[in-house]
Write a protein that binds this ligand. Structure first.
Ligand SMILES: Cc1ncc(COP(=O)(O)O)c(C=O)c1O
Length: 388
């Protein structure tokens, strides 16, 4: 089996999470909305437990948690729901390096009459809180800024951004999909009004996530549901609850929180080792996202004079991803790498490594050796490498 180093795309399911889910995939199959018998009650109790686990992991209250099919749905609910409640006008502040779930939802609202400011990032991938504050206008009804970037791993100072937004009475939505369970998130303490996350990025199952919505507080947050039906999730997201998935999300976040610090230290050391080997044994490399605040398991490197797609083909034993997002038939250069100020060439030679809970020191040595050998081989065939 290839070495899996693409944990920003998805993470392996932790066996402990599967174990927690198993009863709800088998004999505890009740509908959490069934109030007339014990099958429904035990499903509802499991959902309540998961709600408390999600709230504990994000520094919010259990009643704030709205379960969804994942972060994409959660972000769409937050952005379209607030835009609709703002009645088609107003202003959103976001950032060019956000995930397409944010950027595309904002673009759709823009076509419906909302003004959208897309803030640039610095060449190191950071975003200054003051820049966010300066972009807020009198009719800004939402700021949407991710906590950690899914390509370059840079972490934004959400506590400061939330405080500055609160001063202007603007609710802050943070996309915590890559950061939940990996770095602290204290929604209440920091004044973050909404956060989106997804189970499959934190060793849980695919197809389940949450939007955490702190509706109380000032200004009052108005959100229009995007899926109507039986009025589940306080009317914000109708549809029979995915009980096994929700149990998995709760368990996954609880485990991640309990192991967060030791795991970040372990992964940070492995990532540093990978970086040291690549940069020590190859020349013409550049790291993407050099801001000091960075996820411990992320490394994004431009291998100059090597096409990243060719590199990935040359090392089928290592599962990593390129600086191109294959969102369509034509791979587009990554909008995040371009936002750092680089050109398409740079994006097309960039590779993202994402370490995970089951990555071992041996995996890192093996991956480094394979990638180094492949880069040397490919550069040997390149007329450009060594020509200058
Ligand atoms: C930062 C970020 N936001 C949102 C998403 C979408 O998450 P989901 O797969 O749960 O829809 C992803 C997944 O790639 C992500 O990395």
């Amino acid at each position: 089996m290839p070495l899996y180093l693409d944990s920003h795309a998805t993470t392996p399911l932790d066996p402990r999470v599967l174990e927690a889910m198993m009863p709800y995939l088998t004999d505890r199959f009740g509908n959490a909305a069934s109030t007339t018998h014990s099958f429904g009650h035990e499903a509802a109790e499991a959902v309540a437990r998961a709600r408390a686990q999600v709230a504990a992991a994000t520094g919010a209250q259990p009643d704030d948690v709205v379960f969804t099919s994942g972060a994409t749905e959660a972000l769409n609910l937050a952005i379209k729901g607030t835009a609709e409640a703002a009645r088609g006008g107003g202003h959103i502040v976001t950032c060019v390096a956000e995930h397409p779930a944010v950027l595309d939802a904002c673009a759709r609202m823009e076509r419906a009459g909302v003004r959208v400011t897309r803030l640039p990032i610095e060449p190191d991938g950071s975003l200054s809180p003051a820049r966010v504050a300066a972009a807020l206008e009198d009719d800004t009804f939402l700021a949407a800024i991710m906590q950690a970037n899914n390509e370059i791993g840079t972490i934004h100072d959400i506590a400061s951004i939330a405080a500055l937004c609160a001063e202007r009475g603007v609710p802050l939505l943070t996309d915590a999909t890559q950061s939940a369970g990996k770095i602290p998130l204290r929604m209440e303490e920091w004044g973050v009004r909404m956060a989106a996350l997804s189970a499959h990025k934190v060793y849980g199952p695919k197809g389940v996530g949450a939007l955490i919505v702190r509706r109380s507080g000032r200004p009052r947050l108005r959100l229009t549901p995007q899926i109507d039906g039986g009025g589940h999730e306080r009317g914000l997201r109708s549809g029979t609850l995915n009980v096994p998935g929700i149990v998995g999300l709760g368990a996954a976040l609880e485990i991640a929180e309990a192991e967060r610090e030791t795991e970040a230290a372990r992964l940070g050391a492995l990532r540093d080792r990978l970086r040291a080997r690549l940069f020590g044994e190859l020349d013409a490399l550049e790291e993407n996202g050099t801001a000091p605040a960075k996820l411990a398991h992320n490394l994004n490197v431009a291998f100059h004079f090597v096409d990243s797609a060719a590199l990935l083909n040359a090392v089928p034993q290592v599962a990593v991803s390129t600086g191109s997002a294959c969102s369509s038939a034509e791979p587009e250069p990554s909008h995040v790498i371009l936002a750092l100020g680089h050109g398409e060439e740079h994006a097309r030679c960039s590779v993202r490594f994402g370490l995970h809970r089951f990555t071992t020191p041996e995996d890192i040595e093996q991956a480094a050796s394979l990638v180094i050998a492949a880069v040397r081989e490919l550069r040997g065939h390149s007329g450009l490498y060594g020509a200058t």
